[in-house]
Design a protein around this ligand. Structure first.
Ligand code: NAP
Length: 239
């Protein structure tokens, strides 16, 4: 679903996308060789490796092999480091999409209590960092956090990136909070749902993102933005 949506978005904005659907038994060397070829091709501006990879492949080594200027997912250590320093070309697409959404709905972050549930490298950690850059007071929670509901109830802005269907219940949400649901999960009937129990929570908050149709499309929009930026960077075009 992710890959198809990305391909459709590329077509919609006029980018050419190439998909390499390799067999599961592809070796590390073969995959690295493909990344290397794409790194050197001048007509390729962005490369992303769709994770997770099969267990015998070393995803860290594969991400490290991508030219940081073509790393449109912003997972390469060079780009992660730049984000940490607050001086970056690319932001990881999902947290960037959340920030774009907050900006476009004119929801201020400065001085707000921001709680992120989840500390993955692709969502939770960079999400916390971006909220911090916007002067939020940030708490990042994870599976060892004590009194999670109590911590979440402090949040003016609550971001759920847990990967557990309908994990956030009404007793974890402050009245009037902004609730951002990053989750892409399946409920007991196999239906797509988020990490937030939308029906239970929606009347308590001032804003809430639906799943599907909330953070997911924003992620793809940010991927397009990163790819355009990569193309400009590689061709010396200023924004
Ligand atoms: P992940 O790598 O599995 O990380 C999940 C995080 O949740 C971990 O930090 C984990 O804590 C924490 N967690 C798990 N159980 C918890 C609990 N009971 N209480 C508190 N924290 C708990 O997942 P991810 O890659 O960040 O993805 C999270 C969700 O976002 C998934 O549903 C994924 O499909 C979705 N997603 C959506 C998009 C999009 O475009 N919309 C993009 C990426 C991901 P520990 O670190 O302690 O284990």
């Amino acid at each position: 679903m992710y890959v198809n949506n990305k391909k459709k978005a590329c077509e919609a904005v006029g980018f050419i996308s190439e998909e390499y659907a390799l067999p599961a038994e592809t070796t590390q060397e073969e995959l690295l060789a493909l990344v290397d070829t794409l790194n050197t091709r001048e007509n390729i501006n962005g490369i992303l490796v769709q994770l997770p990879l099969p267990g015998h492949l070393d995803d860290k080594a594969v991400i490290a092999a991508i030219n940081p200027q073509k790393d449109v997912d912003a997972f390469h250590a060079v780009n992660v480091g730049k984000i940490m320093l607050g001086d970056y070309e690319f932001l990881p697409c999902t947290p960037a999409g959340v920030m774009e959404m907050l900006r476009s709905y004119q929801i201020p972050v400065e001085g707000k209590e921001c709680v992120v549930i989840g500390r993955s490298n692709i969502v939770g950690k960079p999400m916390g960092m971006l909220l911090l850059h916007e002067n939020g007071t940030v708490t990042i929670c994870h599976s060892r956090t004590k009194n999670l509901a109590e911590v979440c109830r402090r949040a003016d802005i609550l971001v759920a990136a847990v990967g557990i269907p309908k994990f956030v219940k009404a007793d974890m949400v402050k009245e009037g909070a902004v609730v951002i649901d990053v989750g892409m999960d399946r409920d007991e009937n196999g239906k797509l749902c988020g990490d937030v129990d939308f029906e239970a929570v929606k009347d308590k908050c001032s804003f809430i993102t639906p799943v599907p149709g909330g953070v997911g499309p924003m992620t793809i929009a940010m991927l397009m933005q990163n790819t355009l930026r990569a193309c400009k960077l590689q061709n010396g075009i200023n924004d």
